[in-house]
Design a protein around this ligand. Structure first.
Ligand SMILES: [Zn+2]
Length: 246
């Protein structure tokens, strides 16, 4: 699935590595697709520094996962894996995609993270969203496209030790989300290479389902994915606010 015109999406998830989105907001993308929204994924790197699998293998796994997640767009930029940097050049590369896709909502990783690529992706993605709206912008082909700024940015916070602003109920999609993650056979299938570093397939299932169950419980549903938003919420009708208090 390559970039081009006519790929406009409603929700775009931007992440540092192929398979990040599958772990942090894959269920949410499935839920949005089930609501007939157009969803997309922009991975910043191609995975050339991974212990297991080549970048080419990860490319075909990523497109298999995209199919399972029902996204209409997926592309990987060429930022160096393990050395994602917040540079003007990289902001422009992302801004170009934002102008092509014109997403209403952008999902970014939470800004504090153990992996430096995840934390940098958060800031870089935010600044690219800002930049994409500036009319006098040039470089990497952005000047040929109309200025555009997403309406909403939310942060996928699964890996962060932070209280989420809200949970998306992914209960009907948990198995499909797991299948999308397991499409990365070079990373997650049981195998000898890198065995000390990687957890067995059964344990991945147990861990990811337990995390989803934990966040689901916070909102009174079975399985959930957590998000942080910087803005306050706005309520129209107090009687329709979800999640029981007592
Ligand atoms: Zn990652």
């Amino acid at each position: 699935m390559a970039a081009g015109t006519g790929w406009e999406v409603d929700v775009l998830a931007i992440a540092a590595h192929r398979d990040d989105v599958e772990q942090t907001c894959g269920g949410t993308l499935l839920r949005m697709a089930a609501r007939n929204l157009r969803t997309g994924i922009l991975d910043l790197t191609q995975g050339e520094s991974g212990t297991r699998g080549s970048a080419a293998e990860r490319a075909s796994e990523a497109s298999a996962a995209a199919e399972i997640l029902g996204v209409t767009y997926r592309q990987a930029l060429d930022l160096p894996d393990g050395a994602v940097a917040n540079t003007l050049e990289n902001r422009l590369k992302i801004a170009r995609v934002l102008r092509e896709l014109r997403p209403r909502v952008v999902i970014l990783p939470y800004w504090e993270a153990r992996h430096p690529d995840h934390a940098t992706c958060s800031i870089l993605g935010y600044e690219a969203c800002f930049l994409a709206g500036l009319s006098r912008l040039s470089g990497h082909g952005v000047e040929a496209l109309a200025p555009y700024r997403p309406f909403k940015i939310v942060y996928a916070s699964l890996y962060a030790d932070v209280r989420p602003s809200f949970i998306v109920d992914i209960t009907p999609f948990i198995e499909q989300r797991h299948a999308a993650l397991m499409a990365y056979q070079s990373q997650y299938a049981d195998q000898a290479q890198g065995g000390g570093l990687f957890v067995p397939e059964d344990e991945i299932r147990e861990r990811t389902f337990a995390e989803a169950r934990h966040y689901g419980l916070l909102a009174g549903v079975r399985y959930g994915e957590p998000f942080v938003q910087r803005e306050v919420g706005l309520v129209d009708d107090l009687t329709l606010i979800p999640v029981q208090s007592i």
